[in-house]
Design a binder for this molecule. Structure first.
Ligand SMILES: Nc1ncnc2c1ncn2[C@@H]1O[C@H](COP(=O)(O)OP(=O)(O)OP(=O)(O)O)[C@@H](O)[C@H]1O
Ligand SMILES: [Mg+2]
Length: 255
């Protein structure tokens, strides 16, 4: 019997003009898996997530979501983008931002939110400890609060797959801990993929870590070895200096 993966990526290559951003990437992600992706800046991490969202056109290769072609499955994916920039004066409040996550649940002709949508949104905001901010203008939030609002919007999709691109950069440590504990809880039910430089913060939570530098390197588990680190970063000392803990970087015996 073949297993149906939440995400199945085969030989995916992405070029921006002549620049190769992803080269023959293969990746399987199970439902109920928590995958961390690390890699140097420009290594293609955001490109990989955008490919899974159909926001970037692959040059070759394929992506299936629960065994289906991408375009049939987009409403199953929640996404927290990297470095989202709001016009701080744009007049929209937290409730309306998070309700946007409900749109994919409705047929285009019935673009009206129901009481049930509001109930779901209120509950998600409470879970993220920002229920009291529901009527706050988006421009009047702290960085950590804004990031939790963006997570709330992704969760309002009620996704089976959640993709997060650096969800905790520029976030206070309380929000960071809260976000990761919620992601851990979610990963018991759905597939969660997080791109992060905070690998030290989540190494005890994730099931797998993958390293991306145009090519993807992973072979199960959360342990990084010399070969992967050399391939991805070129310099293990540099990586350790950036805070990857000894626990996930174990030098080969006798080296
Ligand atoms: N729309 C685009 N057009 C042209 N080149 C792009 C585009 N988006 C990304 N790139 C290039 O593709 C490569 C991969 O970019 P990507 O944003 O996926 O990297 P990343 O791993 O997310 O980096 P970071 O850690 O800095 O966020 C980079 O060299 C980048 O300059
Ligand atoms: Mg990026």
């Amino acid at each position: 019997m073949t297993m149906t993966y939440a995400i199945e990526i085969r030989s995916l290559s992405v070029y921006y003009n002549n620049l190769c951003a992803l080269d023959s990437v293969n990746l399987n992600v199970k439902e109920q898996e928590f995958l961390g992706i690390i890699g140097p800046s420009g290594g293609g991490k955001s490109t990989l997530l955008k490919s899974v969202l159909n926001l970037v056109k692959p040059s070759s290769g394929s992506i299936k979501i629960f065994g289906q072609p991408l375009r049939l499955s987009l409403n199953q994916i929640g996404y927290v983008p990297q470095n989202i920039r709001f016009d701080r004066h744009f007049p929209i409040n937290v409730k309306d931002v998070v309700l946007m996550g409900r749109i994919s649940r409705h047929k285009p002709l019935f673009l009206r939110y129901k009481q049930a949508d509001l109930t779901i949104v209120s509950q998600i905001l409470k879970d993220l400890e920002i229920g009291h901010l529901i009527d706050r203008q988006i421009g009047q939030l702290s960085g950590g609060q804004l990031q939790r609002v963006l997570l709330a919007r992704a969760l309002a999709v009620e996704p089976r797959i959640l993709l997060l691109d650096e969800p905790t950069s520029n976030v206070d440590s309380y929000s960071k801990t809260l976000i990761y504990s919620i992601l851990k809880e979610l990963s018991r039910r759905i597939a969660v993929i997080v791109v992060t430089h905070d690998i030290w913060a989540i190494s005890s939570l994730i099931d797998q870590v993958a390293c991306l530098n145009v090519k993807l390197h992973y072979h199960g588990g959360t342990e990084l070895n010399d070969e992967i680190i050399q391939n991805v970063f070129g310099c293990p000392v540099d990586l350790i200096a950036h805070g990857v803990p000894h626990r996930i970087y174990r030098a080969h015996e006798g080296v």
